[in-house]
Design a protein around this ligand. Sequence first.
Ligand code: TYD
Ligand code: MG
Length: 453
Amino acid sequence: MAKQSAIFRCAECGATHAKWSGRCDACGAWNSIHEEAPISITPGSGMKGAKGKVIPLTALDTKETPPARVKSGMEELDRVLGGGLVAASAVLVGGDPGIGKSTLLLQATASFARKGVKALYISGEEAASQVRMRAQRLGLADAPVGLGAETSLRDILTTLEAERPDLVIIDSIQTMWSDNVDSAPGSVSQLRAAAHELVSFAKKRGTAVILVGHVTKEGQIAGPRVIEHMVDTVLYFEGERGHQFRILRAVKNRFGPASEIGVFEMTGAGLAEVANPSALFLSERGQPAPGSAVFAGIEGTRPVLTEIQALVAPSTLASPRRTVVGLDSGRISTILAVLESRCGIPFAGLDVFLNVAGGMRVVEPAADLAAAAALLSAREDVALPADMVIFGEISLSGALRPVGQAENRLKEAAKLGFSQAIAPSGTKAEGSSGMSLRKLGDLVTFTGEMFGA
Ligand code: TYD
Ligand code: MG
């Protein structure tokens, strides 16, 4: 066999390159390409007994029941999973180091275990005694959870074969190493091999597997993105370091809606579930102030109200600052351009800071109008009415486009004591929410009505 030459692989996206370069062409990450020894596969014994058979789709058992799910009892987690954990499924939970993944999963394991699920928590990062101490601190010391501290995939799989748990947590997948693979733990090949072995085990033995993956910035350790395609469900645990709120977001789910979120609060005694996120995100709101707009959003299947805050200040820079946290900065640039060219409201020479309160991240285009309202309110130094919510998408022409689930947005706002809303014309809402709804056709009308601009 010809000698295989070394390959160069990006630790962020897993793309391979013929030679090293400073930047990955595929994903644009810098300094993430590393040399990797080729995997040499020795021939195996073939697939035993598995005769490749084609089954007509119509011959499938139509009485097939939906996948069996087990609920942890942590409602926020169960919702993000699509109504509970599916047997034999593989779930990836990614997030920044220190964001609370181990805490969340230890609490989840304990909850599942208390429901009679045979659960095994394997840590490759902490000793079993450290995990036990953490469990004690979280008040979970009495939960019937099996603990392990191991990084060798071979040893872990041997244990899993013997124990046959219903659920196994691997914290983290980046610490696992397989002796079949010739590169260091944390490399793309190791990560792929470990994920592949564990996911195969899940499918073969009916065990649900939850893999924890650290999101890495520097590329020394491969990020969880390279194994997203191998698992059934991908959840990201996010939040700002300084804030106590944490959001568990489904970005892929074969067994439920994606874009569903679960909201938690990091407390001294672990993560507490937040049943009413809107109330929480708005709780920091003080007196009505210029630059603040309340957006009535939808996250997954439920409405969530958030406060969008803007600050506009004269700039001393040649190209003024555009600092956006929690919203898509590309969209904000577009909104600024529309305000400038369609409404004649320039932001040149002004620094713009935009932020979603509470560390929440909003991805819906429906937030356009609320962001524009916050920007205008800051620029004109006029506060919006305290009891007003805003939603709607802004098109490049300056027209306002209606968005889905208006009724749900309005109901949630009414529930939280808001009494008026601004939305695009064409918004379908029966008005059963008791809110006074003002429908506007374009951004020019909006700026005229709200700010006399
Ligand atoms: P951890 O779950 O170890 O993060 P990860 O596994 O994502 O790296 O959580 C780390 C942080 O959470 C740590 O900075 C301390 C904080 N924390 C609390 O505030 N309260 C608690 O009860 C626990 C267990 C952790
Ligand atoms: Mg951890």
